[in-house]
Ligand binder design. Structure first.
Ligand code: PLP
Length: 474
């Protein structure tokens, strides 16, 4: 095989499909969040970032930086090994105590990232518990899916956030088999929130364990920043709460919290915990400072919610289509991979605004979007500048707007349904309101036959609701 040719051909295919990812070269600045310098060859430009997952700007909080500096000076750069050999530092122990307390659990266990915590914990639980069946939400994150896959345990998928379907799936499983329901609180691309209480009720009824990923909620929700389960007083009902230190807490690392026996079990059997070097002590110290701060300060959370509401209101006024959801994530829908990239390029080149296009496979084909994450540090002026820039770009590209006269109460497209190919069901919802975008999405959806408008439903919708050329993706 000609290996280099193979690599290049595969990359060319990605480019032709409009799915090739380009990372912006950015330098963040302490004291100026959410601004950064964009480096493009020799050119350096200051830009405003609208898509950071350092949701509250804790990555530059003075208490976090001071704690990290102090630990770095005291303990040096690295942890010195795996936790088992030479890597357990007092900062790791303090951080695990802080996390257990945050979620009202007996114990917590640290990992090098949220991805690894999901991968290692789910793989270990599902492979080590005899005959375990994992019941997984259809929209779960790649790290959960990979962990479940790696376990080789039986996995049953229920429709996204659909408790009736969850019951249906559980009813079909032998009552004597151990079961683990895996789901998220805030789903990162659509920003919708799981019915956690109802899922816990169902888990109790069927004797299942629950595994909740709170990656997009910790630090941001609840009186102490313990996530949606904290906000809803449900932490005690979940078997495992998983989170990250990288988003709301602004540092890096992942963890699970649960009973002492469960955490000890994962500590003792999970390859992804045992055989890798521990987080640097300075990182653990920064995370402790961030969690402590957000346990007592609600200011950042309140200001973030205000900014999110302002952005949503301004988008609605101009008919810039965005998904309504109850979280801090604001998906602005372009529904076309090439157009989505063009919107982002124009925002960057002409308006010094950085927002990354979100394309397949992160979201289904036909639902490409900008994923905005307004932060407490975005000012009124930042919002004014962003909205007028987006408005101008939208007009120049001739993109569709939603009706701003009040019939937006139509039910939102269920992205979970879309994701799993049940396109005919979804088409009924908003077809008249958003028919052109919808037809475009359907035309290219894999469930309808892969490439261009091959499926009969796609052909029919595209004919009924013709729109400008979409073909540039295929
Ligand atoms: N879980 C979900 C739902 C995520 O969206 C992500 C990453 O964005 C992760 C886990 C992984 O977390 P980390 O970035 O800490 O690896």
């Amino acid at each position: 095989m000609k290996y280099e040719t193979f690599f290049r051909t595969e990359l060319d295919r990605l480019r032709a499909e409009g799915r090739y990812r380009i990372f912006a070269d950015l330098e963040r600045h302490v004291g100026a969040f959410p601004n950064a310098t964009h480096v493009n060859g020799r050119k350096r430009r200051r830009v405003t970032v609208w898509c950071s997952n350092d949701y509250l700007g804790m990555g530059q909080h003075p208490a976090v930086l001071a704690a990290m500096h102090e630990a770095l000076d005291r303990c040096g750069a690295g942890a010195g090994g795996t936790r088992n050999i030479a890597g357990t530092n007092h900062y790791h122990v303090m951080l695990e105590r802080e996390l257990a307390d945050l979620h009202g659990k007996e114990s917590a266990l640290l990992f090098t990232s949220g991805y690894v915590s999901n991968w290692a914990s789910l793989a270990t639980l599902a492979s080590r518990i005899p005959k375990c069946v994992v019941v997984s939400d259809a929209s779960n994150h790649a790290s959960m899916i990979e962990g479940i896959r790696h376990s080789r345990a039986e996995c049953r998928i229920f429709k996204h956030n659909d408790t009736a379907d969850l019951r249906r799936v559980l009813r079909e499983i032998d009552p004597d088999r151990p079961k683990l329901i895996a789901f998220e609180s805030v789903y990162s691309m659509d920003g919708d929130i799981a019915p956690i209480a109802e899922i816990c009720d169902i888990a109790d009824e069927f004797g299942a364990m629950t595994y909740l990923d709170e990656v997009h909620a910790v630090g941001l929700y609840g009186p102490r920043g313990g996530g949606i389960s904290d906000r809803e007083g449900l932490s005690h009902r979940l078997t495992v709460i998983e989170g990250t230190l990288a988003k709301g807490f602004g540092v890096v690392g992942g963890y699970i919290a649960g009973s002492a026996a469960l955490c000890d079990f994962i500590r003792s059997f999970a390859s992804g915990f045992i055989f890798t070097t521990a987080l640097p002590p300075s990182v653990a110290a920064g995370a402790v400072a961030s969690i402590r701060h957000l346990k007592t300060s609600g200011l950042e959370r309140a200001q973030q919610q205000r900014r999110v509401a302002q952005v949503r209101e301004r988008l609605s006024e101009l008919g810039l289509p965005h998904l309504e959801n109850p979280s801090h994530i604001v998906p602005v829908m372009v529904n076309d991979a090439v157009m989505c990239k063009r919107v982002c390029d124009m925002l960057l080149e002409r308006h010094d605004i950085y927002v990354q296009p979100i394309n397949y496979p992160t979201v289904p084909v036909g639902t490409e979007r900008l994923r905005l994450t307004p932060s407490p540090a975005h000012s009124d002026a930042d919002i004014d500048q962003f909205i007028s820039a987006l408005d101008a770009v939208w007009t120049e590209l001739g993109l569709d707007r939603t009706d701003t006269h009040g019939d937006d109460a139509l039910p939102a497209i269920d992205m979970g349904v879309l994701r799993h190919g049940q396109l005919a069901a979804a088409a009924g919802h908003r077809a008249l309101h958003h028919a052109p975008q919808f037809a475009a999405g359907l035309a290219r959806a894999p469930a309808l036959g892969g490439t261009a408008a091959q499926g009969p439903l796609a052909r029919l919708l595209t004919k009924l609701f013709p729109r400008r050329a979409y073909g540039s993706v295929a």
